[in-house]
Design a protein around this ligand. Sequence first.
Ligand SMILES: NC(=O)c1ccc[n+]([C@@H]2O[C@H](COP(=O)([O-])OP(=O)(O)OC[C@H]3O[C@@H](n4cnc5c(N)ncnc54)[C@H](OP(=O)(O)O)[C@@H]3O)[C@@H](O)[C@H]2O)c1
Length: 297
Amino acid sequence: MEMKEFNKTKRQLSVMGVGTWELSSNREENVRAIRYAVDNGINFIDTAEMYGTEPVVKESIEGYDREKLFIASKVWPTHFKYDDVINACENSLKNLGTDYLDLYQLHWPSKSIPIKETMRAMEKLVEDGKIRHIGISNFSLEETKEAQAAMSKYEISSNQVEYSIITRDIEKSGLFDYCKDNGIAVIAYSPLSHGKIFSNTALLSDLKKVAERYSATPAQVSLSWLLHKENTFPIPKASNMEHMKEDIAAAALDLSREDLSLLSDLEEKYYTEPISKQHKKSEDKINNYNFKEEKTD
Ligand SMILES: NC(=O)c1ccc[n+]([C@@H]2O[C@H](COP(=O)([O-])OP(=O)(O)OC[C@H]3O[C@@H](n4cnc5c(N)ncnc54)[C@H](OP(=O)(O)O)[C@@H]3O)[C@@H](O)[C@H]2O)c1
């Protein structure tokens, strides 16, 4: 698996990571799939306190050299007060069976807790060696600038946002270029549009036309299109071996310039609104999420 610099952190990450939101209920298979990924060169695993999958990641990374892995988790906005951030991190460390996180991300922006207070806690976690890098997620261009301005000692390493062949809002908003120009890595979540590419038969048929030229699949050309973008790390989620094998093999595909351009044109036909737009409409729900009651784990 090819490696790529995680922008200003200078850390070497596999060009693709693995996501762990809404893994299937077959834990043994989830673990087997993630271990297959690590055995085949993936060193970047993304989770979050909110997913309830940190224990699955813990089980999946047992026995591997921790220093070779890049483990990312996230704190939910209801935990953005200073002490809550520190406690949430401790909890994630325990769930993951590790004494540091490579990347700790603010899962969504909060409207109720000042970003300065949250960032003070994040910087304290870096100083204490509990986390190595600070990231954000679902932050717009303006929110990204505000988050960076709220920090006093460190810089934002990454912004995790929805980005796929049919959801390219971050290119239009200027966020993609801003991140590139400011050394912030883009982590592309829902790179398969949260599975929506598989339920749109017209899109699937257009993807297949390109995929056939490489003896590949629609999932693989969709992922490869993202892998051809600079400063971008897609994190597909695969609950089973079959999907994981297929997704990882996408890293070996080299699409022609013509096919990349054909794939780029698909968004116009099949544009899909990002999840974040729907969530923005229910921001109060995010900020007041009752974590303990609703947690799935
Ligand atoms: N920061 C955020 O707010 C945020 C939001 C969303 C997602 N994320 C992160 O991004 C990760 C990925 O996004 P996502 O889970 O929303 O969606 P995704 O990776 O775009 O798509 C996952 C869906 O595609 C299926 N799939 C995967 N590989 C496949 C293949 N080769 N053939 C057919 N189906 C395949 C999966 O099925 P199976 O599960 O059955 O394998 C699942 O239904 C998450 O797990 C999470 O880590 C972050």
